[in-house]
Structures are given as C-alpha cells and as structure tokens.
Design a binder for this molecule. Structure first.
Ligand code: COI
Length: 363
C-alpha cells in the first residue's frame, strides 16, 4: 500500500502506514534507543540544498564508498522538545542550536542550512509524532538534526553531496545515575581536542575519539572522563557529553571557551541564570590543581555538568592521578538543584520564560 502524502507549506510529507509506537515503554525510557515514526530529509547536490521532505523513519541506501564512512565529514545537534500540556510543546533555544549547527558546518566544510527550514522541519515532526512526546517530568522528545557527506568519493577532500536528516526520540535521563552525582576521572593518556581542531564543533568524529578513553574510565568505575587541555594537561575543559561548572565559595567558575570546548547551550543558560541571581560569575581557565586546592581549603562547594542530554548533572567524585575529590555522592548539591529546577521549570512551562528561551509549538 502506498503511503499517504500530504502537502506542507514548505515540503511534502509522506506518512507512515504503520506506527511503531507500541514498541516504546514510556515508563522505562532509555536514551536514544527508540525513534519516532517520521524523519526529515534534505539532500545537497549541484551546489544547493534540494527540496526537503518528511517521510517515514527508516533505513536508506548507503554505498561502500560514501565519503562519511571513510573521512567522518559529519556534524549534528542535540536538542529537546518538552511536553507542556495537551496543546503545547516547548523547543528549548532552537535559534542558538541552529547557529551552532551552522558554525559546525562551516568548520567541517559542510554547506550551511537556513533557520526557517530547520524550525519548520522540527515543528512538523513534533506535530506528526506528538504521541511520541513523553509527558513525565524528566523526559523529553530528543531532536537530533545531523548532516553527513554522501558523495561516493575516496579522495580525501570535502564531499560535493550531503544528506541532512532530523530524527526524534523519546528520552529519559542520559546517565544511569539520573540526577544523582556522577564520578569522573582525568586521563593523561588521551586528549579530547586542541584549539584550532574541531573540539568546539559538534563534529561526529569528536565523539568517536572519546569512546576508548570513556570505555576505560567506565571499566575503572567512573561515569565519564573529565578532559584536561591537550597542551599542558592542566586546565579543566569539559566532560565530552557535558560542560563543567564549579561553585567556589559564592562564585560560579566555568572553563572559558578557548577553542577546544563545545559551547554548550545549557552551559550558556546556566551562566545567564547565575548572573541573573546576582552570583559572581567567572568564565576563565581553571586548573585541576586549583579545583583540588579549593577542595582542600573548603571553598569548593559544588561541581556539576550541563548539557542538553545530561541537563544538569551533579559530580560527586573526581579522580586525578590518584588524588581524589569526594563531595556528597548521595545527593545533588543545592546550587546544582537550583539550576536544574530553574532550567526545567522554563523548559516544561512551569515558570515564566523571562529570557525568551522557549519556542512554543501548538500540537
Ligand atoms: C547532547 O547533550 O545533546 C549531546 O549532543 C551529547 C550527546 C553525545 C548525547
């Protein structure tokens, strides 16, 4: 049977014949395992983006010579849509995500995309697959736009053809710990990124390179690696799946964006909230030694990470060459909880959106 096609203002929409929603256990959502019924797709060839479409989620043909398989020319974004009520969903800061998406494209030599198509694609997917939006607090519909090089090309140069897709996925907490503190370890064997490289872009390959160190950290009992700078192994950078913040006395210290750290959207939102609350806010380089010193003299109050998937994630333990910082491993710190509540209250529409961060979608 042919799938039904409906016309949208901007692109054709091919509807699925058979929803897979019965496969989802909404009470036990695992991050990024189940994908909603529809996806967005737009290809780039002959020097321009072609007609976009929305179609049933599914496999597509790839050839063995496809550029992305060999050289990893690919970028992505991670965003979320939050259930507010039966008529309303909030997308969190789509404009900022789209700006970062284009920044990543520029760095990876991928053609940029326009915001109107991006937001209309997201809205269309959210409306079509509204049954897939989980309703519990702490859950969301994760939105994953990505672009990859789709030319058949073994020459090591930029592709001339690209495929841009958006898939969506109902998700719960990213870490198994939920909102309980995670434990981190530094490594002097590996680095994540160097200034001038791709660490401040959401390049697919950044993540591939972190899997081995992350696997080793896990085997040693840590949740993730706390990355230090590549040159001196001295300055704290980020966690790879989230940015990092330190509350030292009443100052929020966040590693400055020196070119090898991902400019996180939640990171930026937490800094804005802290400034609004009248806290001292510093974006600067911070050494791992300073963190240990602050712990020793009692001024280190809290450590927490931030990210779209991770939201706000308290850090209860850090290992650095056998020296350890142990904060309360049982429960999140007060300030991390305050940030978590403030951000999620805005996301779920429980608090006034005074910064204009949410994009409302009527479903
Ligand atoms: C996100 O926070 O959305 C990310 O993209 C991190 C991802 C590796 C899960």
């Amino acid at each position: 049977m042919m799938n039904e096609i409906i016309s949208n203002t901007k692109f054709d929409v091919e509807l699925t014949n058979e929803s897979r929603i019965h496969e989802v256990d909404f009470d036990n959502l695992v991050f990024g395992r189940k994908f909603s019924d529809h996806m967005f797709e737009m290809t780039y060839e002959d020097g321009q983006w072609q007609q976009p479409k929305v179609k049933p989620y599914g496999a597509f043909e790839i050839t063995p010579a496809m550029n992305v398989l060999h050289y990893g020319q690919a970028v992505f974004e991670g965003m979320k849509a939050f259930y507010v009520d039966e008529d309303t969903v909030h997308i969190f800061r789509p404009k900022v995500h789209h700006e970062r998406f284009n920044r990543s494209c520029r760095r990876l030599c991928i053609p940029e995309t326009d915001y109107d198509t991006f937001i209309e694609a997201l809205e269309t997917l959210i409306k079509l697959d509204k049954q897939w939006i989980p309703q519990e607090s702490g859950t969301a519909l994760y939105l994953r736009p990505f672009i990859f090089a789709s030319d058949d090309l073994l020459a090591a140069r930029s592709s001339d053809k690209f495929t841009y897709q958006i898939i969506t996925s109902p998700v719960g907490a990213y870490y198994a710990e939920g909102f309980n503190p995670v434990s981190l370890t530094t490594t002097d064997e590996y680095v994540r990124a160097v200034s001038g490289g791709t660490g401040d872009s959401k390049a697919a390959g950044n993540y591939a390179g972190s899997f081995l160190p992350a696997k080793k950290a896990k085997e040693e009992g840590y949740t993730q690696v706390l990355w230090l700078d590549a040159k001196e192994h001295k300055y704290v950078e980020e966690v790879g799946t989230m940015n990092i913040h330190f509350l030292i006395d009443d100052t929020l210290v966040t590693p400055a964006l020196t070119g090898s750290i991902l400019p996180g959207v939640t990171r930026r939102s937490i800094i804005a909230l802290a400034e609004d609350w009248g806290l001292n806010v510093e974006e600067r380089r911070i050494t791992i030694d300073e963190v240990f010193e602050a712990h020793e003299d009692g001024s280190l109050k809290e450590i927490f990470g931030s990210g779209t998937a991770a939201v706000v994630s308290p850090v209860g333990f850090i290992n650095h060459k056998g020296r350890t910082i142990e904060l309360d491993r049982e429960k999140p710190g007060k300030f991390a909880k305050k940030c978590f509540d403030a951000i999620t209250d805005i996301q779920y529409g429980r608090a006034e959106d005074k910064f204009g961060w949410v994009h409302e979608v009527k479903i």
